[in-house]
Design a protein around this ligand. Structure first.
Ligand SMILES: Cc1cc2nc3c(=O)[nH]c(=O)nc-3n(C[C@H](O)[C@H](O)[C@H](O)COP(=O)(O)O)c2cc1C
Length: 171
């Protein structure tokens, strides 16, 4: 028998509540990097990253279609997930503010990895992916990629985001 639930009280702003709830969810911050037809790097800061499967090794990112790197990922079919450590806050700000777009890939130690994609040398890990599926939902595109290369560094404290601000892991 189906259980009948009472409707929630009116005037609840579901999206606002959802945003508030997501603010309770501590996330590691990444820089997603990709490249255009001329080999120029593009990127943005993102928390919406997850592993998908180990067989095949795969991961997903959720990217707002308004982000300048979104059409570039679509065209190249490539992205790299750079996992930030807690001293990367300044570089994260550069990658999350449109007015600082010109400064991206200037600050920081960047090198060229598989297929010419830039990766941050002192990121905790850099995971290179080839897009195998794209799902449009709401304002975002979910890019699912198979992992094609991985570079890891010694374990450091991650840069975290929670409740609308940067945090450090205390252990
Ligand atoms: C902590 C943090 C997490 C973010 N996570 C995402 C994300 O998962 N996906 C996304 O599309 N944008 C995310 N953003 C927003 C983009 O980084 C930001 O809009 C960026 O300016 C987009 O690139 P653009 O300026 O070149 O368009 C995040 C921003 C911050 C500060």
């Amino acid at each position: 028998m189906r259980v009948q639930y009472q409707e929630a009280a009116p005037a609840i702003d579901l999206a606002g509540q959802f945003k508030l709830a997501m603010g309770r969810f501590a996330s590691s911050i990444t820089l997603i990097t990709t490249l255009d037809d001329d080999g120029h790097p593009h990127g943005l800061a993102a928390t919406a990253f997850s592993s998908v499967s180990m067989d095949p090794a795969s991961a997903l990112i959720c990217i707002n279609r308004s982000a300048s790197a979104s059409p570039v990922i679509k065209r190249s079919g490539l992205f790299c997930v750079n996992m930030l450590q807690n001293n990367h806050e300044p570089i994260c700000k550069i990658f999350s503010q449109p007015d600082l777009r010109e400064q991206r890939f200037v600050a920081g130690d960047w090198q060229t990895g598989m297929h010419g994609i830039r990766y941050l040398v002192d990121a905790q890990a850099a995971i290179f992916c080839e897009v195998v599926q794209e799902i449009e939902h709401g304002t975002h595109t979910i890019f699912i990629g198979n992992v094609i290369d991985v570079i890891t560094q010694p374990l450091e404290a991650p840069l975290l985001y929670m409740g609308g601000r940067y945090r450090e892991l205390r252990n």
